[in-house]
Design a protein around this ligand. Structure first.
Ligand code: FEO
Length: 399
């Protein structure tokens, strides 16, 4: 049979049958997708049985079906594996089970609940799998890795033992879907950068389950890691090394400055802080919040230990754009260790109090606050210099 257009044989008998959503520009109404994203589904054809691993986002059921039909009769699929119940991978599950009338859905115990709740899959069509389960397709054996919270409570990974291919769904994913399939085709630098942008939104809040999963994957020693977003990692060490660092909060000696300004005071303080730090030889990344994709700030926080926020009071509270960025630090459970707040007000303050309330419950240690009435003067710039000294001291203690 000729290879259908737009599919890929990952290893003999394993076909990528997903969708490249190359013109999608936003995920979760939050994270920018400069290179689109993909919903990678994989067809595993054994000598006796066939399994489909994950499905696709709403709107692409027919494209998935057409791609499968290029390799096998979709009605004869024996198993649909649901590693994760989020609709970008599981929305076509019910459709596939309607087409393949004898197929069973393989998923975790929590996945079963989700499949029934979200997709109305009848209980008798679902087989619960765990780490003791083996599914023999004939020369191709599927086993399963318990991997909860990556990125919902029901998540599992599927492992194809003979070919040493791991299918971890969201874990190790990236939003990168311009044309190629393998990390080697884009180069490791771009792929890891895009994986980091993805990690910041999806996996950063789950660093502890992520650490455990990385160790399990290292023991499996896969030859190929085939996630359900973005590139297939033909050299798993590249992404395993990156995830080892990100999930264990390995910090770099650098500072992120994020600011909002209305009439220039906060920008002056943000820039003064940058000057002081750069003078000390410290790596600084600065972001003007209202004109920055918020995902890029989140990405910076994956391995940045110090965050400086500069934002004015607006009507007794912090500028709403800064409130949003501050809330993101908390929501994504950024591993940031130290914080600094620089603020200004015209007649009455309020920004610092609100930022502090927004960050309640985080472990952020505040290294300094400057809150000035009107434009900053020499006394404020002197305080910024003192705070920069503290930042330098804290960074020097980081290994
Ligand atoms: Fe790609 Fe958590 O779904």
């Amino acid at each position: 049979m000729a290879m259908p257009m737009g599919t890929l044989e990952v290893v003999p008998g394993v076909h990528w049958v997903g969708v490249k959503h190359y013109n999608r520009r936003l995920f979760d109404s939050l994270i920018p997708l400069p290179y689109g994203t993909s919903y990678n589904a994989y067809l595993v054809i054994g000598s006796r049985k066939t399994a489909l691993i994950d499905t696709v986002n709403p709107g692409f059921d027919q494209e998935l079906l057409d791609k499968i039909a290029g390799h096998t009769d979709p009605s004869r699929i024996d198993y649909v594996v649901m590693n994760h119940a989020e609709p970008d991978h599981a929305n076509a599950v019910k459709h596939m089970l309607d087409v393949a009338r004898n197929a069973k859905l393989l998923t975790s115990a929590k996945g079963k609940e989700a499949a029934m709740m979200y997709f109305d899959v009848p209980a008798d069509r679902i087989t619960v799998v765990d780490e003791t389960t083996k599914i023999d397709l004939g020369g191709k054996t599927l086993s399963f890795v318990d991997a909860p919270w990556l990125h919902w409570p029901e998540t599992i990974f599927t492992y194809l033992e003979e070919d040493r291919v791991l299918f971890p769904c969201d874990f190790f994913g990236s939003h990168l879907a311009v044309g190629e399939f393998y990390a080697k085709d884009y180069g490791p630098e771009l792929c890891v950068d895009m994986a980091k942008l993805y990690f910041a939104e999806i996996m950063m809040p789950f660093r502890l389950p992520g650490q455990k999963a990385v160790e399990k994957v290292k023991k499996l020693n896969p030859k190929i890691i085939a996630p359900s977003h973005g590139v297939i990692w033909d050299d798993p060490k590249v992404i395993l090394d990156a995830y080892s660092k990100w999930t264990t909060e390995k910090m770099e000696k650098k500072v992120a400055i994020v600011y909002v300004t209305m009439w220039g005071s906060c920008e002056k303080m943000a820039k003064a802080m940058r000057e002081e730090l750069v003078r000390k030889g410290i790596n600084v990344n600065i972001f003007d919040i209202p004109v920055t994709d918020i995902g890029h700030i989140a990405k910076e926080l994956v391995d940045t230990p110090v965050l400086v926020l500069a934002a004015p009071t607006v009507l007794n509270g912090v500028h709403p754009a800064a409130a949003y960025a501050t809330l993101l630090v908390k929501t994504l459970r950024a591993p940031t260790k130290y914080g600094v707040v620089l603020s200004s007000f015209g007649w009455g303050g309020g920004a610092v109090k609100q930022v502090s309330a927004l960050l309640e419950g985080t472990k952020l240690e505040v290294l300094g606050v400057v809150d000035v009435k009107g434009p900053p003067k020499q006394s404020e710039f002197d305080k910024i210099k003192e705070i920069a000294d503290k930042i330098e001291e804290k960074l020097s203690a980081i290994q």
